[in-house]
Design a protein around this ligand. Structure first.
Ligand code: C2E
Ligand code: MG
Ligand code: MG
Ligand code: MG
Length: 283
């Protein structure tokens, strides 16, 4: 009995793996169609706040997929799928094109775009980027490319050359999700990024765990010593906000301020900020 049950379980496991694979294949083909017909994919924007002025200084573009049956699917699900299937190349191009078009409409703001390691290392990436910037009529200086340590694992020399040539063309570079990966601190000295984005994992425990503040302070001080600016991701509470101000963090991003939202809502936010200025002139 034990033997047949064991065998039965094995079959069941295999069957469920099989349907899992099929589900992902289906989802991948649906993503390809969404991209081909420009249906259901959207780019939303989350404001980035200057700690000192408390004003919006930038927007991070975050992709959204409204699936016809399943509703909103998280990029945490479909970006890895796009990476596995190679769809990240056309999807990434679509994202850059959208974001650059909006950047033209928001000339006073930095627009941050997440770039997948595969996309970054694809042939002609820099040429494509320069073409898209030219087509949109913007300067590379208005764009911050968010990269992760993922690009650093394979060929460090190649990654370093890429980052350097992007900097030479005038793009800002941010190291996203800092502190979560393999992060050896020595990476920082070899990858000339402009900004470190401290991952939410380090922001969440602020005010709850003693050493949380010490870690964030150390990252801010280290970054500043290297002339980098520091953004905190995932700021949700007043306590976190106050700790980050005290630590000298330059920019803040999180639900305490704003969630990612469609461009029209961002326009309304920006308009409200201007009205707010008029009614509260500085003393
Ligand atoms: P990320 O680049 O680190 O983006 C930050 C994520 O944290 C976003 O999730 C954002 O909505 C969320 N977030 C922001 N503030 C808060 C907060 O206060 N609390 C909490 N709990 N979460 C907050 P989202 O949009 O689901 O994106 C997840 C990840 O998917 C991104 O992490 C990024 O790695 C990837 N992704 C999103 N859009 C793109 C894209 O256009 N291209 C690429 N290559 N990856 C993308
Ligand atoms: Mg990001
Ligand atoms: Mg991040
Ligand atoms: Mg993250």
């Amino acid at each position: 009995a034990a033997k047949s049950r064991g065998r039965g379980q094995f079959c069941l496991y295999e069957a469920s793996m099989d349907s899992e694979v099929k589900n992902r294949q289906l989802l991948a083909s649906e993503l390809r169609e969404a991209l081909e017909h420009n249906q259901g994919l959207m780019l939303w924007y989350q404001p980035i706040i200057c700690t000192h002025s408390e004003k919006i200084v930038g927007l991070e573009a975050l992709v959204r997929w409204q699936h016809p049956q399943q509703g909103m699917i998280s990029p945490a699900t479909f970006i890895p799928l796009a990476e596995e299937t190679g769809l990240i190349i056309p999807l990434g191009e679509w994202i850059l094109k959208q974001a650059f078009t909006m950047a033209k409409r928001w000339p006073q703001l930095i627009v941050a775009v997440n770039v997948s390691p595969l996309q970054l290392r694809s042939r002609n990436f820099i040429e494509q980027l320069m073409q898209l910037v030219a087509n949109a009529g913007i300067a590379p200086q208005q764009i911050e490319l968010e990269i992760t340590e993922g690009i650093l694992i394979d060929d460090e020399h190649e990654a370093n050359a890429l980052v350097c040539s992007l900097r030479e063309r005038g793009f800002h570079l941010a190291l996203d999700d800092f502190g979560t990966g393999y992060s050896s601190l020595s990476y920082l000295s070899r990858f000339p990024v402009n900004t470190i984005k401290i991952d939410r994992a380090f922001i969440q425990p602020l005010g709850l765990v003693d050493n949380a503040t010490a870690i964030v302070r150390a990252v801010v001080d280290l970054g500043h010593a290297m002339h980098l600016s520091i953004t905190a991701e995932g700021v949700e509470t007043r306590e976190q906000y106050q700790a980050l101000v005290a630590a000298g963090c330059d920019r803040l991003q999180g639900y305490l301020f704003h969630r990612a939202q469609p461009p029209e809502e961002i326009n309304a936010l920006l308009a409200a900020e201007i009205v707010d200025d008029d009614s509260n002139p500085p003393a």
